[in-house]
Design a protein around this ligand. Structure first.
Ligand SMILES: Cc1cc2nc3c(=O)[nH]c(=O)nc-3n(C[C@H](O)[C@H](O)[C@H](O)COP(=O)(O)OP(=O)(O)OC[C@H]3O[C@@H](n4cnc5c(N)ncnc54)[C@H](O)[C@@H]3O)c2cc1C
Length: 298
């Protein structure tokens, strides 16, 4: 353990040779050398400060947008889910939420406090940290629409406050300072009606369960929608629904989802992603851009 960081003063947990399949919604992925689960932001700061320079760092929320290759991760994964879990009102319309809080919890919490604007987060099965990194969105709402400011941490454990102007933000795209990650967000919402908010959440969740393969492990949309089109429509038009590589299959329910039928390996999923992309490019002349993030060693 000491090869990773001076752990004597740390209060979090440092796991070695941790199977990433336990931490990703696809249920695939090899071993990470180390996974650090900080006790809180201060502990995380201490950890990063004492981590030897050159030691690669990866961030993990709920792994719902992540393909970790079968060879795993050489370096240290910082896991925020289940920890960094602070969530509180800071004014009548503002909320401070730490990176490890589930997006769905933020939707429910804000509605319960009579606020509107974050309901779209209810069906996105990740953390707020992941939602900030991806500019996650659904049903017309996007994460950064409601961000007032963020708290970040860098490779040395230095904490900062930043505003949206510090980032280049687009559709499922957030570019900001290198080697700096989100530890909390301050969300600004509007006053709303509790019953309306709850009804909106119910209707959004119902639409999801009809249109997405919710029973089988998946990572949501594989590709971003190209301008003026839908990735799912292009893939379906190519007749690729149900096509498989090993146990990884293009979903019959939603063509932009790949499901793990049981024993898929990351390599099967990656081969299927490449196959779908090449087929769509050949048949439709459209190059699909990945939404899912791929990390690790083959
Ligand atoms: C069934 C299903 C439905 C989905 N529906 C939607 C949808 O409607 N809209 C949508 O946008 N997405 C959707 N997704 C994708 C996914 O849930 C979102 O992208 C989510 O925001 C990812 O959060 P996460 O915590 O799981 O991130 P992870 O998958 O753990 O990580 C995703 C990326 O974010 C980075 N990251 C994580 N935490 C931090 C942090 N604190 N600071 C900096 N970087 C960080 C990771 O390094 C990685 O690059 C869906 C996924 C599934 C499985």
């Amino acid at each position: 353990m000491t090869s990773v960081a001076d752990t004597a003063r740390l209060r979090g947990r440092l796991l070695e040779h941790e199977p990433m399949a336990k931490h990703t919604s696809w249920r695939v992925g090899g071993l990470a050398d180390h996974v650090f689960i900080p006790a809180d932001i201060e502990d995380l700061s201490l950890f990063l400060h004492s981590l030897p320079a050159g030691q690669p760092v990866y961030w993990l929320g709920l792994g719902s947008n992540l393909l970790v290759r079968d060879g795993g991760i050489r370096g240290t994964v910082i896991a925020t889910s289940g920890t960094l879990s602070g969530l509180r009102m800071t004014s009548e319309t503002e909320v401070r939420v730490e990176a490890g809080v589930a997006s769905a919890k933020v939707a429910r919490f804000t509605v319960a406090h009579g606020l509107t604007g974050a309901q779209f987060l209810c069906g996105i099965p990740g953390t707020i940290g992941g939602a900030l990194a991806m500019n996650a969105g659904a049903f017309g709402g996007e994460t950064w629409d409601i961000v007032d400011s963020v708290e970040t941490i860098d490779r040395h454990g230095q904490l900062r406050m930043r505003g949206p102007a510090d980032y280049n933000i687009g559709y499922r795209r957030v570019e900001g300072p290198e080697d700096e990650w989100f530890v909390a967000a301050h969300l600004r919402l509007r006053k709303g009606d509790v019953a309306d908010g709850k009804a909106r959440i119910r209707s959004l969740l119902a639409r999801r369960s009809q249109t997405q393969p919710v029973q089988m492990p998946n990572a949501g949309s594989i590709f971003k929608n190209p301008t003026g089109n839908y990735a799912a429509r292009l893939i379906e038009d190519c007749g690729l629904k149900g096509v498989c590589e090993g146990d990884a299959c293009v979903s019959e329910v939603h063509a932009n989802f790949i499901v793990n039928r049981g024993q898929a390996r990351a390599a099967d999923i990656e081969r299927l992603i490449d196959r779908v992309r090449e087929h769509v490019e050949r048949a439709k002349g459209v190059t699909l851009e990945l939404e899912v993030r791929i990390v690790g060693e083959p």
